[in-house]
Design a protein around this ligand. Structure first.
Ligand code: NA7
Length: 528
């Protein structure tokens, strides 16, 4: 139905990552007429886009999968931390088992959505020219849908290849022996740099802030081998909503100084050796600041200048106030003679030139500049669509000065629009599939409630949004999160309001709140 004839739906689902595929399957099973539209060419969400060398998830499986036995009984995984290609294969498996393809449209970026009050429908247009009329508009654009590239002058003059890693070409890029720059040392920059080191001729890593990675203990599984026995899966998955981060582990039930120095050291060593997020999310319940990780990183680096730049001990080593990542040989690459660390704080980037990068110190020459500078996280993916409620105001205008949501799911003035894995929810302090199931089930419950009661319209009350925002801020302000410059606070995008964008109460408290809201007849929502 192209260009003109609108397709009537109960719900249009946007995105093709965990949130969307879960909703497509479960809404359709509940009898709703549903369609999934996605800008990319296949399922996978961030894993469709992020194909750069080294791209892999730093949440372990099977936690980073759906709990449906129909999926895990027929899936055999290769690694404890799967690479991007294995994750795309997992999504293909999900699409087959759940029979998703017949209700999916790829290459369909949503450009606009306008609510029509009389008809109680959203009219949604995609870049392809398709038009949908949907009672519900369900957004699962994830927290990393809008790339961020700093506004350096001269980018267009560069004669080599300039790219953001989340637009990595599917084929045809040959970096062997080339001179390569990686700008940014977040999860992406660190993964990329480690994997490019053996391949390229020269590598320069441009660092603004240190990377506080913990080691990744990768495991290669042989055929059918798993980290936990399959019989344990049902309990394992059920337990995810009882844990702060939606994984299979939680904080220690004691505080840092409940233990003496020796016991603390022993605890840290044990958690560090786990090679996953346990050092961050299974540690002392009050701990967000440590020098332990810095000491570990320093031990891997030979050169004293580089050591002080990568893991300085003079400043506090905040743990988790910026996104923690897991690394595989990242710190060691700086011991290689063809790898250079450029500190952009002492030698700032002044411009991109036809040959490379001009810093205040010198001009560097490159064949490739890879801009691993992140995303307009959490709100950017939602605000880039022209979404307009009954007042005619767009979501971007509505959130211009501050973000307001109720429960990180709904916005006043935008009826029947619900989103998952977005701002003011436990995202991204919640394991993706856990949140996809938890929020997806709640959204389905709300739709069923409305169908049963003959209700046509739901939206957050303004008052409940204010209260939810206050709670999000209050919890964040009780932590050290606002002390660091990070995308959790909106700091990475010039002009973006500075505010805590993450609900830090943890998955169990969030899960409980959603449950109580539903049980009490959807308190805080206007239902008509
Ligand atoms: P991140 O974590 O936002 O990292 C972006 C990196 O780029 C970070 O080191 C930034 O430094 C750096 N950056 C940003 N702007 C500049 C400029 N102008 N000059 C130099 N360096 C800059 O994005 P990732 O893609 O690594 O990770 C995104 C998520 O994917 C991650 O959180 C995981 O969930 C997976 P800064 O720290 O801002 O000083």
């Amino acid at each position: 139905l192209h260009n003109g004839a609108a397709q009537e739906l109960d719900a249009l689902i946007v995105g093709a990552g965990f949130g969307s595929v879960y909703q497509l399957k479960h809404l359709r099973d509940a009898g709703y007429k549903v369609k999934l539209v996605e800008a990319g060419g296949d399922y996978g969400g961030v894993w469709y886009w992020n194909r750069y060398p080294g791209a892999r998830v730093d949440s372990s499986v099977p936690a980073y999968e759906f709990s449906d036995p129909a999926l895990w009984k027929t899936w055999s995984r290769q690694q404890r931390f799967p690479a991007s290609a294995e994750l795309r294969a997992y999504f293909a498996h999900v699409a087959d088992v759940w029979d998703l393809r017949r209700d999916t449209e790829f290459g369909a970026f949503v450009e606009s959505a306008v609510w029509g009050d009389g008809e109680a429908r959203w009219t949604i247009k995609t870049k392809k020219g398709d038009i949908y009329k949907a009672k519900f508009f369900l957004l699962n654009t994830g927290f990393a849908a809008k790339r961020y590239i700093p506004d350096w002058k001269g980018i267009e003059t560069f004669q080599g290849t300039f790219l953001h890693p989340s637009y990595w070409p599917h084929e045809g890029l040959d970096l062997k022996g080339k001179k390569v720059a990686v700008i940014g040392t977040g999860s992406t920059g660190a993964q990329l740099a480690a994997d490019l080191t053996p391949l390229v001729g020269e590598l320069a890593v441009f660092q603004r802030s240190i990377n506080t990675s913990m080691p990744m203990r990768q495991v290669d599984y042989q055929d059918g081998e798993q980290e936990i026995p399959r019989d344990d899966y049902p309990d394992f998955y059920r337990g995810r909503t009882d844990r702060f981060g939606g994984f299979d582990f939680s904080f220690l039930g004691r505080s840092t100084f409940d233990d003496d120095a020796e016991k603390r050291r022993e605890t840290y060593e044990k958690l560090w050796a786990s090679g996953d997020f346990k050092f961050w999310l299974t540690t002392y319940q009050d701990m967000l600041h440590t020098t332990f990780g810095g000491t570990k990183a320093r031990a891997k680096i030979h050169d004293a200048r580089v050591r002080d730049l990568l893991a300085p001990m003079k400043q506090p080593y905040w743990l988790g106030c910026k996104r923690v990542s897991l690394e595989n040989g990242y710190f060691e690459i700086f011991n290689e003679s063809h790898v250079h660390l450029v500190d952009v704080n002492s030698t700032p980037i002044e411009a991109i030139t036809p040959k490379g990068i001009k810093t205040s110190e010198k001009e560097w020459e490159f064949d490739y500049i890879i801009c691993a500078t992140g995303f307009d996280s959490l709100t950017g993916g939602l605000k880039q669509m022209d979404i307009r409620g009954p007042s005619g105001q767009s979501l971007a205008e509505h959130w211009e000065e501050a973000t307001y949501t109720h429960l990180g799911l709904s916005v006043s003035g935008f009826p029947n629009m619900l989103f998952s894995y977005g701002p003011q929810a436990p995202t991204p302090f919640c394991n993706g599939p856990t949140c996809a199931q938890l929020q997806g089930d709640w959204i389905l419950g709300l739709m069923n409630h409305m169908r049963d009661k003959g209700l046509k319209k739901v939206e957050a009350e303004e008052e409940s949004e204010k209260k939810w925002r206050d709670l999000v801020l209050e919890i964040a302000n009780a932590t050290l999160l606002p002390a660091a410059h990070s995308w959790y606070m909106g700091d990475n995008i010039p002009g973006k309001p500075r505010e805590p964008l993450v609900y830090l109460g943890g998955v169990p408290a969030y899960y409980k709140t959603l449950g109580e809201t539903a049980e009490n007849g959807y308190t805080g929502f206007k239902l008509e």
